[in-house]
Design a protein around this ligand. Structure first.
Ligand code: FAD
Ligand code: SF4
Length: 514
């Protein structure tokens, strides 16, 4: 082979221009790497999903007439890292060119950038052709250390890609339908929740391999995997979403419940793995959702489809821009100087706090929690407690099936922990139990009382919230979006304030007992 083309595990993009022509001189290498098993501890379903999807992708390429070398953990165990593997393959096949698609994670980007294969080997880097913004365009939109408003970025993207537009005006004359979205689920709503579409991919041999190589994983995983591992399954999941979930997506986007064991993903699409592994292109998802809306005869409202498209055209591209504008510095930002350890119960879910127990338990069972569970339950708790953002990042990067650093880190370190000092959010996403009670039925099933701030039964979020606000008064006191909160605090009786702070301190000191 003259040329080796590397395909990383999250580059399963069958539409890439590489695959337009078949060439017997080109060998595609797709490999399960030990180094990728070690940079964090992954959920077993995440490892199975990536390995199974890589195997399917390799098969599909071969079937389409390309030359493919698919290597498993067994085949790559003697290589120290990616560079070692690539050097060996280039020599083995006597290739004169190594090509790769630009990785989305800084760690791999650096590794490939610094690759030294000798002067006679040509190195080519290609765009992954997955995102709506090409890699080289990112700097036109994002600058380092700068706050960029997601809403402004999103509007630019709507205009540029002509999504939900009527000329140069937004469809329906509004950019944002957030106010119509965000309902809590009533008892009646619960009876109508659809089942998630789950696949039953046989992953026995992958699990055996994981055990054989002593890869340490977290969470539960059976012999069959429910996540989509091929383009066909990914498309099925997208279709299912448009038919059954999109009509209520926006309405219940922020809702949470612990009363529906089998309907654990509510109206969310669960497309993040299919997107992040690049089995699906974001524009394909946007087009499918838009045409479902257009053909629905009003069954899908503009508020629902806009709420969904905002996540993909807006948030997803936005966090990637923030990541690349600020890496590698971003990974060590800790503006609030948080340094507490992550509570032990994040690894098993055993706590009396119903919200955390449910959100963590579900994450361990399915490698999935939806955005508000991640942001306002687990993320909010870590923020209030002051957990070291490195530990928070490591947990999020391992536990979710969709966790890849470019998207995990801005969401975790930035949006949820405010460790970036406001590059993403203008104020911290912090709340007491009230918000959780407003959006869920967790509090009804909890050992603690959401209406109390002090005393043994008081919801820990309530006092921790005030402890957090008081602790960071210097930073947030002048923020016009939250100044009001401090005025409320100042109006409270001094003794009451003292008791709240004492209860919070007890919670901090005894977090494992909560
Ligand atoms: P849906 O609710 O159906 O949304 C549709 C799609 O929109 C998602 O599949 C996703 O591609 C995109 N999307 C939605 N919100 C975001 C967002 N904030 N940033 C980027 N894309 C978004 N998402 C990841 O893909 N990987 C992560 O590792 C990840 N870590 C997160 C950590 C924290 C602390 C928080 C608060 C959010 C994180 N998110 C992450 C964003 C979001 O929670 C997930 O994308 C979403 O829950 C995936 O489920 P879904 O496919 O059912 O999403
Ligand atoms: Fe969570 Fe507090 Fe509600 Fe319990 S009472 S579920 S700890 S918010």
């Amino acid at each position: 082979y003259k040329e080796i083309r590397l395909i990383l595990g999250d580059q399963l993009n069958a539409q890439h221009s590489w695959f337009e022509h078949k060439c017997d001189d080109v060998l595609y290498v797709i490999a399960e790497l030990h180094q990728e098993m070690q940079y964090t501890q992954h959920h077993i379903q995440k490892v199975c999903a990536f390995f199974a999807a890589m195997a399917r992708f390799a098969e599909a390429l071969e079937l389409a007439g390309h030359r493919v070398l698919h290597l498993t953990l067994d085949d790559t165990q003697d290589y120290d890292d990616l560079a070692h593997l690539l050097k060996t393959q280039v020599q083995r096949f006597n290739a004169n060119t190594l090509s790769y698609q630009l990785p989305d994670e800084y760690r791999l980007y650096e590794q490939l950038r610094d690759l030294n294969l000798g002067a006679d080997i040509t190195l080519n880097a290609y765009d992954s052709e997955h995102f709506l913004l090409g890699f080289n365009e990112l700097s036109d939109y994002f600058q380092a250390d700068t706050h960029h408003t997601m809403e402004q970025f999103y509007r630019k993207m709507r205009r540029r890609f002509k999504v939900l537009m009527q000329g140069d005006k937004p469809l329906g004359e509004r950019w944002n339908f957030d106010k119509e979205n965000r309902n809590k689920l009533t008892q009646q709503d619960l009876t109508e929740l659809p089942q998630p579409l789950c696949f039953d991919n046989d992953v026995r041999s992958i699990k055996e391999r994981i055990t054989r190589h002593k890869v340490s994983t977290i969470g539960q995983g059976s012999d069959t995997l429910l996540w989509p591992v091929s383009r066909k399954q990914a498309k099925q999941l997208l279709r299912y979403f448009c038919d059954h979930l999109l009509p209520c997506f926006g309405t219940f986007q922020d809702a949470m419940t612990c009363q529906s064991d089998s309907q654990w993903s509510l109206y969310h699409s669960r497309l993040s793995f299919a997107l992040n592994s690049k089995m699906l292109h974001p524009m394909q998802v946007i087009n499918e959702a838009t045409s479902a809306y257009e053909q629905s005869d009003g069954a899908i409202t503009l508020a629902q489809v806009e709420g969904f498209i905002r996540q993909i055209l807006g948030w997803r591209e936005y966090v990637r821009g923030i990541y690349w504008a600020n890496m590698p510095k971003y990974s060590s930002l800790n503006t609030l100087e948080a340094s507490s350890p992550l509570p032990e119960f994040f690894w098993h879910g055993k706590t009396n706090m119903a919200c955390l127990s449910h959100a963590i338990g579900q994450s361990l069972d399915y490698a999935y929690a939806h955005h508000i569970q991640r942001l306002m339950i687990t993320g909010n708790f870590c923020l209030l407690l002051g957990v070291d953002p490195d530990a928070v990042d490591a947990w999020y990067l391992g536990i979710y099936v969709d966790a890849i650093e470019w998207v995990e880190m801005p969401n975790t370190r930035g949006m949820s922990q405010f460790a970036d000092g406001g590059i993403i959010a203008t104020k911290p996403y912090s709340s007491g139990g009230n918000y959780i009670n407003k959006m869920s039925d967790y509090c009804k099933h909890c050992h603690y009382n959401v209406r109390e701030k002090v005393g043994k039964q008081a919801c820990p979020f309530n006092s921790l919230y005030w402890h957090f606000m008081v602790r960071h008064r210097e930073r947030f006191g002048n923020n016009h979006r939250i100044g009001m909160i401090y005025r409320n605090w100042d109006k409270q009786d001094k003794r009451q304030q003292q008791q709240v702070l004492e209860r919070a301190q007890w919670c901090i000191d005894n977090v494992e007992k909560l």
